[in-house]
Write a protein that binds this ligand. Structure first.
Ligand SMILES: [Ca+2]
Ligand SMILES: [Ca+2]
Length: 559
């Protein structure tokens, strides 16, 4: 494919980039310039800013990696079905994930979240029929054990989706409970010693209204708050909790390092304290088995409710305030929220989440499997899409990247299937490419597949890689205490400092469409030098006489 792409000059490339698209922008000259530069800087050991214009797009600030082995990680969310197919049946599988670990590692991720892998009748598998197995479409528990082993040897931790608000209506527990209730004579109470599974769910003789369904052929009802085929579990039931502890043991023994807790605010619809206690119970249990155990929970709610859930004293809640087309990060990327507004939000998260639970680890993200993709929200504007990535990667905690966002995949319409389409690896090599979920609407991609973006220094993918690299070079980004540099926070400019273990760095933002020059004198940043930067147009950030020159849509790390 490389040979077929046109040779284009930097000037042409710059012009085309302004059009917002990245198709066919491979420039061997650019690549050569990049490698020459980084070699030169390594040899001299100097971090010399100010390359000539001919080297625009080059990057001479690469630092040593400094990856801390804790639970602040760079997570990659994988829908296994659509990721990589190892055996040619068109369905992605665990061995496919194992095969792509080089890719994941080289991107700079050191954690993966696997969407549900347990046996299930649905394509998304958010309704489990066996908590101890792996769905045969995805492989076996042995495949999972091999995957975690391979991950661990690369310093990657594995979180799995743990779906305990409900099971599948096909789960043996539910089937046995329904069969028992059907046979129960009118007026008689269920005997849990005869059928303990009746206690696992919310059965009642009363129709609870919306979200309740009749057990066919009986006078009993059950709660199914999401769907009739997803009966809700009763997580106050002691035998069920003991069973779920055995399930946790099972997955920890197979090498899982953490759980992503699905639907945590729905455990009991009107009892937040119960939900927090339930998270705390499972987390405490797993922590006893593995002191490094991680938990991140889905509480799809506003900032103050998310803050409340940190009362569970479990590590992470997904930051839904920052996420999605109307979340703080994407809004800031497209200019609907000022950079100053975003840094103020960052400080608010620190105060509000940290104020409830000191050891919280924020879990920011742009999109997930339930949301339209970044490309939709930003109308395929590559510059804004890179900006969104850069803003995410400067956040505290553990950022989560939904597979395919690093190449600017799009989703069409509102159907969930369309948000979960096949990872676009290549247009010439179909190896490992999966089929799309049935019913997915697919549109032709606006950006190149992985193999071609890897070759293009200015691709969205390489922007992600550089942004992840900055996190892996600078542990202060994930862990530092934030303080605003108030005098530089105005409109599309903002600056903060982050301090961790006595080490401070500055982060300066220009989210605007114009280059800016920022005077650092008197801000506390004036003694720092450029440590690294991200620019949407491939331009450079430079410092001269205490003035920082930043291209449009750029972020600079000072230290
Ligand atoms: Ca397969
Ligand atoms: Ca529930």
């Amino acid at each position: 494919m490389k040979g077929e792409l046109p040779m284009i000059s930097n000037i042409q490339a710059q012009g085309m980039r302004k059009g917002g698209r990245l198709l066919g922008l491979l420039s061997p000259f650019c690549l050569a310039a990049f490698f020459l530069c980084s070699c030169a800087s390594k040899e001299t050991g100097l971090e010399e800013p100010g390359q000539s214009a001919a080297e625009a797009g080059s990057y001479a600030y690469e630092q040593e990696l400094n990856i801390i082995d804790d639970n602040c990680r760079n997570y990659y969310e994988i829908f296994v079905r659509s990721f990589y197919d190892s055996d040619g049946d068109g369905i992605g599988d665990l061995n496919g994930v194992t095969e792509k670990l080089d890719y994941i590692e080289e991107m700079g991720f050191n954690g993966i979240w696997l969407m549900p892998i347990m046996p299930s009748p649905t394509y998304h598998k958010y309704d489990v029929t066996d908590y101890y197995g792996v769905d045969s479409q995805y492989g076996t528990v042995e495949d999972f054990a091999r995957l975690t082993q391979e991950c661990h040897s690369r310093g990657i931790r594995v979180a799995i989706d743990f779906v305990i608000n409900h099971t599948s209506s096909q789960h043996e527990w539910f089937r046995q409970a329904c069969a028992y209730l059907k046979e129960l004579p009118e007026g008689e109470e269920p005997d849990l010693s005869e059928c303990p599974y009746v206690g696992y769910y919310h059965f009642s003789r009363e129709n609870g209204g919306e979200g309740f369904y009749r057990v066919p052929g009986s006078g009993w009802y059950y709660e199914g708050s999401f769907w009739s085929e997803m009966p809700d579990l009763d997580l106050s039931c002691k035998p069920l909790k003991q069973e779920l502890e055995r399930v946790a043991d099972h997955w920890l023994e197979l090498g899982a390092d953490g759980f992503r807790m699905d639907a945590a605010m729905h455990f009991e619809e009107r009892d937040q304290t119960f939900n927090e206690e339930t998270l705390n119970w499972l987390y405490t249990y797993c922590r006893q088995k593995n002191p490094d155990f991680y938990m991140v929970s889905e509480v799809w709610a506003n900032r103050s409710v998310i803050a409340d859930y940190y009362q569970s004293r479990t590590p992470s809640m997904f930051n839904f305030d920052a996420a999605g087309a109307e979340g703080q990060l994407i809004k800031a990327a497209r200019g609907n929220l000022s950079a100053a507004g975003l840094t103020a939000a960052m400080q608010a998260y620190q105060e509000e989440f940290g104020g409830v639970y000191e050891d919280y680890i924020d879990a920011p993200f742009l999109t997930n499997h339930d949301m339209n993709r970044v490309a939709n929200a930003l109308m395929n504007d590559a510059g804004e899409m890179k900006m969104a990535c850069g803003l995410l990667m400067m956040m505290n905690g553990s950022p989560f990247v939904y597979y395919g966002e690093e190449i600017g995949m799009a989703s069409k319409g509102i159907k969930d299937e369309s948000k979960r389409t096949a990872m676009y690896w290549s247009r010439t090599d179909q190896t490992g490419m999966t089929e799309n979920p049935d019913g997915a609407e697919v549109m032709s991609p606006a950006f190149l597949p992985v193999d071609e973006q890897l070759e293009d220094e200015d691709s969205i993918l390489n922007y992600y890689r550089r942004a992840l690299r900055l996190r892996n070079e600078n542990p202060e980004i994930a862990r530092g205490e934030i303080s605003l540099v108030e005098s530089l926070c105005s409109g599309s400019q903002a600056a903060i400092q982050k301090t961790w273990q006595g080490s401070t760095l500055g982060i300066v933002y220009n989210t605007g469409e114009e280059p800016v020059e920022i005077a650092l004198s008197g801000t506390g940043l004036e003694t720092m030098g450029i440590r690294g930067y991200l620019t949407a147009d491939g331009g450079e950030v430079t410092i001269k006489d205490g003035r920082l020159s930043m291209p449009a849509r750029s972020i600079c790390i000072l230290k």
